[in-house]
Design a protein around this ligand. Structure first.
Ligand SMILES: *Cc1c(COP(=O)(O)O)cnc(C)c1O
Length: 386
């Protein structure tokens, strides 16, 4: 196993956990399609593997790659982002505990804590995490076991200060969790900023090609990592070998993809800001974005996600969402192809009627890595027809 700790991000993305196969020289390590491993004698394991729920070399390769990208010592790969979140929460929460969460987190995260963990005696409070005084007060009142944040947020692209919240959370004795799905480790390093745990839906940018579901928990806390690993082993939400391999393969191009996603999103944001049909563009790369300075400090680039508010309200937003040709109307994000989403009825339908509800005038774009000119032209032609 080669040590890549001194290597730059793109090098780690390609090489960490991805050593060639020593028996054949195959540059790409084999995908281990196997449920069990033959033992030399009772309890005498070859290479430490026993049964695939407990460990599989393809999953281990991905885990090593993920840990290297976040500057962590451990990563645990799951069948989906929500499976990863579920295992983490079960590892750290006990009945009577409380979770304090940003009021703009992924709707599925909110649903998981409110509707699943709520039945097991877990309290949930959501709030805007932008005002440190309000956060400090809430932390003091609630003594939450977990402070959960997501930045940039979905779909309003609010940026929160990870270093500041980590400090506040730790002072109150909370475990600080950052969902780094939107930014990816290429753009943002939450553990280096003080967070305890990073959560990923690898379904999005890490996989990057809209062909696989997955999730991960990443941390340098040995004890927490082994508790999460035990949850996974005992409850079983592992990623399969093909899923792990597709994700590893996607990750190798993460750095170049994120450069292009960010450049394309910036081009679109600039092209539509001030357009007569557009009330507001939410993109942290625009100097007019309220969190632009914080984003510039905390992130390498501003990412591929943006949302816009249509002057014509819900009707215009629907017409725009259905009026693009290259941007395809679908849930999810982070793939090489551009996607269009109407949050209030698609990704955020599960939080309608809650404090996480998204206005019906908002449309969200996952900007792909096609030619910027083609994407800008597509958005402009759809805006011209709303
Ligand atoms: C998609 C997503 C999740 C959930 O991940 P799945 O892989 O769909 O289970 C969690 N957080 C964010 C920010 C997401 O976009």
């Amino acid at each position: 196993m080669t040590d890549h700790t001194d290597h730059g991000f793109a090098t780690r993305a390609i090489h960490a956990g991805q050593d060639f196969d020593p028996t054949t020289g195959a540059i790409i390590p084999p995908v281990y399609f196997t449920s069990t491993f033959v033992q030399e004698g009772i309890g005498r394991l070859r290479g430490g593997y026993e049964y695939a729920r407990g460990g599989n070399p393809t999953r281990d390769a991905l885990q090593e790659q993920l840990a290297a990208l976040e500057g962590a010592t451990h990563a645990v790969s799951f069948a989906s982002g929500l499976a990863a979140e579920d295992a983490l929460l079960r590892a750290v929460l006990r009945p009577g505990d409380h979770v304090l969460m940003g009021n703009d987190v992924y709707g599925g995260t909110h649903r998981l804590v409110r509707r699943i963990f709520g039945d097991w005696g877990i309290g949930l409070t959501t709030m805007a995490l932008s005002d440190p005084h309000a956060v400090r007060t809430a932390l003091a009142e609630l003594s939450p076991r977990v402070l959960w944040l997501e930045t940039p947020s979905n779909p309003m692209m609010t940026v929160t200060d990870i270093a500041q919240l980590a400090e506040l959370g730790h002072a109150a004795g909370a475990l600080v969790v950052v969902d780094n799905t939107f930014a990816t480790p290429y753009l943002q390093q939450p553990l280096a900023l003080g967070a305890d745990v990073v959560v990923h839906s690898t379904t999005k940018y890490l996989g990057g090609h809209s062909d696989v579901l997955g999730g991960a928990i990443v941390t340098s806390d040995d004890e927490l990592a082994s508790t999460v690993q035990f949850q996974q082993f005992a409850a079983g939400a592992v990623s399969g070998p093909m899923d792990a391999w597709l994700t590893s393969r996607g990750i190798k191009t993460l750095a170049v993809r994120m450069e292009r996603h960010s450049a394309n999103a910036q081009a679109i944001a600039e092209a539509i800001e001030g357009h007569a049909a557009v009330a507001r563009v939410h993109y942290p790369g625009l100097p007019t974005h309220p969190d632009h300075a914080l984003a510039a400090r905390q992130m390498r680039l501003f990412g591929g996600m943006l949302s816009l508010e249509l002057v014509g309200g819900g009707a215009a937003a629907r017409a725009f969402a259905e009026g693009t040709r290259l941007f395809q109307l679908a849930e999810s994000l982070g793939g090489v192809e551009s996607l269009m989403n109407y949050p209030s009825e698609m990704t955020h339908a599960s939080v309608r009627g809650t404090e996480l509800e998204v206005p019906d005038s908002i449309v969200r774009l996952s900007v792909g890595i096609e030619e910027a000119d083609d994407l800008v032209a597509d958005v402009l032609q759809a805006l011209a027809r709303v």
